[in-house]
Design a protein around this ligand. Structure first.
Ligand code: AGP
Length: 611
């Protein structure tokens, strides 16, 4: 996730900006930069890699350079979304008159860029942010507030920005729509940031901008307006977090923060990719026309861990809705078993990190066997993203906690879009396509409804803390949920949790059932529910306590289980997301109550870059 820091006041800006960026490093980034204003104009320095690289570059400027004595500036850590992590793509982006840093996604940047090019503007980067910076410049006539205000009215998408001009040293313009900006109120000074962790060292008085707010700041003077309604009043509030908590946005663990980020993360994943009119998905990064999609015979999905579990959903949905062969394979198995692959296959490699060794090896094996290979990756510019050369970025933002949560739900949302694209290149009608689009767009809402049940889920979790082993069972689309729920619980609580297809119980595992072996059963309304209820009865008959993940209001299912968590009613391919979020929260609270190291579980790494 990108980070923004700004300063205007009486002190030297650069050290404050650098320290602020360091406080935001936890958010994950791949480049950094800053700009300061002085009577001699705007000075910009940027570096690929860590903030320390930027510090080294600043040190090369003489003591008398504006970098060392300017008292106003802006800074940024970039999490690449448009364009790979390079110095040219790092922020701030600037003309010779203004400089700007940005968090968010400018959806209509291509159209804006074409217009600016027609006006004679030259671009140095591949970013949407540079388009915004030069758009501001194109409206600039000496009043930076007016130029930014006018430019933002042309923008579609999300932004959190800080901007300044050569003619108004000490003046910062900040604005937000969909990406947070907070103002730290000081004595004759103001610290601007994308989250409180960069402010808390200087002041605990914070003003949080609302969407469509824009503010002009100079020293301690702050004037806030709304792009919609003119002057507004925003009261300062007390930041009562510790600096460490601030990095987690006030959450106790990154995992919980990332669980709660899922509605926004899924919004970012689907943003600009849903065409309701034509009832399809727009996945430009795949580089496949409907005709190309129609020519493909099979989808092969490879991944590991959580990504492998998400791949199962992709397999089921693609066969279910597109009517073509689809299969998912553990990446290490795929790379060594000499798979039958040909040029009519699309091999989709799923990887949050884009660096998993086995998945990368599977990409290379599929490539060598002549398949069309694509990546479904979160980290822009990662090895798998680069080696596949085509694919779909998750845009889920950095996932810090080792246990993958928002990556999974964003992977599922993306796989549903891939299935839709395949389906609409075959027998799915535009009407059914629109229904599917609506279901994908509704996923954030379903997640919010489950997040609202956290307290109830925590209470249920308390009843399962004492167990050392547990089954998770499900059928159809609920089978991947059972696998993912079991993985979450085992990796953060160290309980031996096993995911099984519900029909498999009778083929051996049921021998293990007893009072000390509870079962989590995915028994949502839809195909397979009645059979799963039968499995629940088998478990109860052997004294196993059963936690049902059930559809809201399903009294029949409630009567068959010992505990339950209710999920909003929806078709099962969509229900994967809210049901998984319920099990993420369940695992989190069991592990929290067991006092486990939730964000860094023993023996685990966030990215397994070795075989
Ligand atoms: C899931 O919670 C784990 N962190 C792990 O299974 C992970 O999903 C797996 O290592 C694959 O990682 P990737 O998505 O970055 O390739």
């Amino acid at each position: 996730m990108c980070g923004i820091v700004g300063y205007t006041g009486k002190k030297a800006a650069a050290p404050i900006l650098i320290n602020g960026l360091k406080r935001l490093e936890y958010r994950g980034y791949d480049s950094a930069g800053l700009a300061v204003t002085s009577p001699d104009g705007i000075f910009v320095e940027k570096a690929k890699g860590k903030v320390s690289e930027l510090v080294n570059k600043l040190a090369e400027h003489g003591e008398d350079s504006p970098f060392h004595d300017s008292s106003s500036g802006i800074a940024h850590t970039r999490w690449a979304t448009h364009g790979p992590p390079t110095t040219e793509n790092a922020h701030p982006h600037a003309s010779d008159r203004i400089a700007l840093v940005h968090n968010g996604i400018i959806e209509n940047y291509k159209a804006l860029k074409a217009n600016l090019v027609s006006q004679g503007y030259k671009f140095l980067s591949q970013t949407d942010t540079e388009v915004l910076a030069l758009l501001v410049d194109s409206y600039y006539e000496g009043d930076i507030l007016q130029a930014v205000t006018t430019a933002l009215k042309d923008v579609e998408g999300t932004y959190g920005i800080a901007c300044m001009s050569q003619d108004e040293p000490g003046v910062l313009i900040v604005a937000r729509r969909g990406s947070p900006i907070v103002l730290g109120v000081g004595d004759g000074e103001t610290i601007v940031a994308s989250d409180a962790s960069a402010i808390i060292k200087h002041t605990r008085q914070a003003i949080y901008l609302d969407d469509n707010d824009i503010a002009k700041i100079q020293g301690g003077d702050i004037d806030i307006m709304s792009l919609d309604s003119g002057i507004v009043s925003r009261e300062a509030s007390e930041i009562d977090w510790s600096p460490d908590a601030a990095e987690k946005g006030g959450y106790e663990h990154y995992m919980l923060k990332e669980i709660y980020e899922q509605p926004d993360a899924i919004e970012n994943t689907i943003r600009g990719r849903m065409d309701m009119e034509r009832g399809t998905a727009m996945l430009g990064g795949l580089g496949l026309s409907p005709r190309d999609m129609a020519d493909l015979n099979r989808l092969v999905i490879v991944g590991c861990g959580t990504s492998l579990n998400a791949g199962l959903v992709g397999e089921f949905a693609t066969e279910d809705f597109a009517g073509i062969c689809a299969e998912v394979e553990q990446a290490a198995e795929f790379r060594y078993r000499n798979p039958i692959i040909n040029s009519k296959d699309l091999v989709l490699a799923i990887s949050q990190s884009g660096e998993t060794a086995d998945t990368l090896a599977a990409v290379r094996e599929a490539t060598d066997k002549g398949a069309l290979v694509a990546g479904l990756v979160n980290v822009v510019g990662s090895t798998i993203a680069r080696e596949t050369g085509r694919g779909v970025y998750l845009h889920a933002g950095p996932e810090i906690s080792v246990a993958s949560t928002k990556a999974f739900t964003c992977q599922v949302a993306t796989l549903l879009m891939v299935a839709l694209k395949f389906a609409r290149s075959r027998r799915m009608s535009v009407v059914n396509g629109r229904t599917f689009v609506q279901e994908i767009k509704n996923l954030p809402n379903l997640v919010k409804q489950v997040l609202a049940k956290e307290q109830q889920i925590a209470e249920v979790a308390e009843r399962y803390v004492k167990y050392e082993k547990m089954f998770f069972i499900g059928r159809g689309y609920m089978y991947p949920v059972a696998m993912e729920g079991a993985l979450k619980l085992k990796e953060i609580s160290y309980i031996h949790a096993e995911g099984y297809h519900a029909a498999e119980l009778k083929h051996g595992p049921i021998a293990l059932l007893e009072e000390s072996m509870p079962v989590v059963a995915l028994a949502l309304k839809g195909p397979g529910k009645e059979k799963t209820i039968g499995n629940i009865k088998e478990c109860s008959a052997r004294d196993a306590r059963v936690l049902g993940i059930i559809t809201e209001g399903d009294e029949e299912a409630k009567s068959e289980v010992d505990d339950f968590i209710e999920i909003p009613e929806c078709r099962l391919h969509a229900a994967v997301v809210p049901a998984t979020v319920a099990l993420q929260l369940f695992a989190y609270h069991v592990a929290r109550l067991r006092g486990c190291a939730i964000d860094q579980p023993r023996n685990l790494a966030k990215s397994v870059t070795v075989e």
